[in-house]
Ligand binder design. Structure first.
Ligand SMILES: [Zn+2]
Length: 136
């Protein structure tokens, strides 16, 4: 997935890019944004970013890989993924075929809440529907 940074609001685009591409920890404000820590984000924002906060969140929501931000835990896993591919966390392996799920891949979760890759998600849905049929 090619990410377009042109419309990034404010002055933290460099930090955003370094985080998404290489998981280099950004400054306090942007770290709070990607960890979904509203309290710290507001507390650490400068005069410009405090007004741009909704736009910044919207950019991340619409452009950044979902696995790269949104909670402290996701950020921790993103850093593991980017800095040590051999330590790829179990939770990001497909529960059905065992293949690694890429951060920008269209995957999902099966009915048990396990991560599923893009190839398997369709099969999983078919199976779920089939088992519903059997229930009837
Ligand atoms: Zn799979």
């Amino acid at each position: 997935m090619e990410i377009n940074y042109d419309g990034y609001p404010g002055n933290t685009v460099g930090g955003a890019k370094r985080w998404i591409e290489n998981a280099i920890q950004p400054g306090g404000f942007l770290s709070a944004v990607i960890e979904n820590d509203l309290r710290e984000a507001v507390g650490r924002a400068d005069d410009k970013n405090i007004h741009l906060l909704p736009e910044i969140i919207r950019w991340w929501y619409n452009n950044a890989p979902a696995a790269s931000w949104g909670s402290f835990d996701r950020c921790r896993k993103w850093k593991l993924l980017k800095t040590a591919p051999t330590n790829f966390p179990d939770t990001w392996d497909c529960a059905h075929c065992g293949n690694a799920i890429l951060p920008d891949e269209e995957g999902g979760e099966d009915i048990m809440g396990n991560p599923v890759c893009g190839d398997c998600i369709d099969k999983t849905r078919d199976q779920a529907e089939a088992s519903h049929e059997q229930d009837r």
